[in-house]
Design a protein around this ligand. Sequence first.
Ligand code: FAD
Length: 380
Amino acid sequence: MKAIIIGGGIGGLCAAIALQKQGIEAVVYEAAPELKLVGAGVGLAANAIQGLQKLGVAEEIIARGKQLTALVMLDGQGNIISNMDTQPLSKAYGVNNFVIHRADLHEVLAKHLQPDSLILGKRCAQVTQQDDQVQVTFTDNTQATADLLIAADGINSVVRRQLLPQSQPRYAGYTCWRAVIDNPGVDLNMMVSAETWASQGRVGMAPLPGNRVYWYCCINAPERDERMRQMTPQQLANYFEDVHAPVPAVLATTKPEQLIWNDIADLEPLQKFVYGKIVLLGDAAHATTPNMGQGACQAIEDAVVLGQCLAQEQTMTAAFAKYEKRRVARTAKVIRLSRLLGAVSQWQNPMLRGTRNMAFRMMPKFITQSQMEWLYRVDF
Ligand SMILES: Cc1cc2nc3c(=O)[nH]c(=O)nc-3n(C[C@H](O)[C@H](O)[C@H](O)COP(=O)(O)OP(=O)(O)OC[C@H]3O[C@@H](n4cnc5c(N)ncnc54)[C@H](O)[C@@H]3O)c2cc1C
């Protein structure tokens, strides 16, 4: 069996590893002319690490990142809103609350592909299905043919737009900056990922190996706002100047070229991921807002489950049907919960924020932990 994978992001690379492990000839076509080792941090939860174990790459990935012991939420003055000890979850479900530089994750995944199975500089323009084959036409007018095609080309997927023109990214109402910087000498708890819910927006921070810091911040703003696009690290530091230390210092020491900016968007959950011999995977199928840190985790799950279904079922049709059954409801739940969490954490109204913070402070720890456990119990 021969498979084409469109997109060499986390989802596409994991799908290639999963299929190649089953003896399927899988080739990834990536639009970018080179695999640039860029990006910021990415948090992976126990469900994703379990998936990476199935793919046989977990150990190498864990060695390149950092496992943290708590997930802390703070208010603008640095008072604790919630403090989740993630160690019990790690004991029960495997490595949890793990952070890695996206470039390191990509590098390890790409290394595990079979030789010559990642073709760069190939942008998919169109797909067609005929008889038993699926054909892709690239923007350079070349073509490739296979028995099945996995669309892992991200939230703006060309393949999904062709199949479902009405499925368009929907803006979440806030815009986001992120960066990985060398620790400028600030006092940072090296075992904790922290998110501050300040009156003017949110700022998150996590340590990375090599004395580096991954940070992000989100501000409510109109979509594609030119003023937001032009924000510099110093302007962001000024915007968050009254927030507790070390937030302003970390933002201010970021170099402009280290800053990554994008509006936050997701997709309305889809009912179907399978269209004949074409299957949607990762953000192309179920892009979610990053509030639960689950977008990449769900893409990894997709890849493992698809590989398993293709190995277990007699026909491709049966395998795709099983994949869809196992993935649609779970990913839809992540999209809905993550969007809700994002909206609540971006509240600016002082009364709403006060009530929210009080509710979180009063919430018994076992409730917060059990709310997350459904994520870690994966049906691999
Ligand atoms: C601010 C932010 C923070 C996040 N933090 C986390 C986190 O902590 N944890 C987590 O699990 N997730 C996180 N996510 C989500 C995560 O980044 C995505 O869910 C994940 O990258 C999806 O992977 P993917 O491979 O499906 O898509 P993508 O990463 O978008 O990859 C798609 C690939 O397809 C290629 N491509 C696009 N179009 C074409 C084409 N026509 N032809 C060929 N190739 C094409 C692209 O160049 C790209 O390489 C975050 C997202 C954001 C925006």
